[in-house]
Design a protein around this ligand. Structure first.
Ligand SMILES: Nc1ncnc2c1ncn2[C@@H]1O[C@H](COP(=O)(O)OP(=O)(O)OP(=O)(O)O)[C@@H](O)[C@H]1O
Ligand SMILES: [Mg+2]
Length: 317
């Protein structure tokens, strides 16, 4: 059982300016059930686009995304009638994903009833169970989102995602908007839920320290491509791609709560425009190890050790 992403491409056409944005440029991932894949990369590299595709909210222009052999787009689209959902998404900002005029209890009850997973007379019981599962007191049911702390709101978003009984949770920067003091609590909740419910996670963050804390596998993204992939020990302790190496230099030491230093200190220049992708390796314009060949030779992932793949010709040498 696994999630399989094969050669996925996504473009956005902006009609007014007649531009084409290459958000994802050939993504291949195989994620076994029960594992957590951490996805890291700078702003605009395509992390949220991939999240939307995996949850079936948008369809790829090319390639396929399947869960146990069925297209996630099809299975999630039909999820309201088929009751359970395969994939659910948790967003960065719980405040904007909750209706400010809806009480917390109703926000959860709504999802439980839509998915028809319990009998009508048990909906309230299930709502209470979900609140307990995410570590919230039952009397919070009557509050509105603005009456909760950021951490409590994110717990409500997680409860809403779990109400559909998904197999896979896609967590798009789930703790980035939270106060530093509650990040570790929510991270630990996610780890507990993963064990208790046997969930598979895709955990997205621009912060490698978070990724290290929760992931089994790590994918490093740059301009819509994966440039390094492997077990977290290999990727974080023995990074091979110059981009991963720069991300790691920007990581604070041994903490999951600190803010990483600015990447600008470890990387030259700006991320290129996804409208006009560079030729050759997309990273070559910012790479300290770039050779003239890097400007003309596109890089694809190759295996350097089992379970560790890198898209850099310099890493081969
Ligand atoms: N609906 C859309 N229409 C047009 N362009 C889009 C759309 N969604 C994303 N993009 C573009 O696709 C690229 C990837 O965006 P995406 O939001 O996936 O990046 P990200 O890695 O999640 O960034 P961040 O870390 O800032 O959240 C960006 O250039 C973005 O401007
Ligand atoms: Mg994003």
């Amino acid at each position: 059982m696994s999630l399989v992403i094969e050669n996925v491409e996504k473009i956005y056409k902006i009609v007014s300016t007649q531009t084409v944005i290459h958000a994802l440029n050939g993504i291949d991932i195989s994620l076994p059930t029960g594992k957590t894949l951490g996805i890291v990369g700078e702003s605009g590299c395509g992390k949220s686009t991939l999240a939307r595709l995996v949850t079936g909210l948008e369809a790829p222009n090319k390639g396929s995304i399947t869960w146990n052999g069925s297209s996630v787009h099809d299975v999630n689209k039909g999820s309201f009638s088929t009751k359970k959902s395969v994939v659910q998404l948790v967003f960065q900002d719980p405040y904007s994903s909750l209706n400010p005029r809806q009480r917390i209890g109703d926000a959860i009850t709504e999802i439980v009833s839509v998915h028809k997973l319990v009998a009508k007379n048990l909906i309230q019981t299930r709502t209470s169970e979900l609140l307990t599962l995410v570590g919230l007191a039952d009397d919070l049911k009557n509050r509105y989102p603005h009456q909760l702390s950021g951490g409590q709101r994110q717990r409500v978003s997680i409860a809403r995602a779990l109400a559909a009984e998904p197999n896979l949770l896609v967590l798009d920067e789930p703790v980035s908007a939270l106060d530093v003091s509650v990040r570790a609590e929510v991270m630990n909740l996610l780890i507990d839920l993963r064990e208790k419910l046997g969930l598979t996670y895709i955990f997205i963050s621009h912060d490698l320290a978070m990724i290290r804390y929760i992931s089994d596998l790590v994918a490093v993204m740059y301009l819509g491509k994966i440039v390094e992939f492997g077990n977290w020990e290999q990727v974080i302790n023995n990074p091979k791609h110059p981009y991963t190496q720069a991300l790691i230099r920007a990581m604070p030491d041994h903490t999951i709560i600190g803010n990483p230093e600015s990447l600008a200190k470890t990387l030259q220049g700006e991320v290129p425009d996804p409208v006009n992708l560079p030729t050759g390796c997309a990273f070559h314009l910012r790479c300290v190890k770039a050779t003239p060949a890097c400007a003309s030779t596109p890089q694809t992932l190759f295996e350097i050790t089992p379970q560790h793949r890198v898209a850099c010709m310099e890493a081969k040498i």
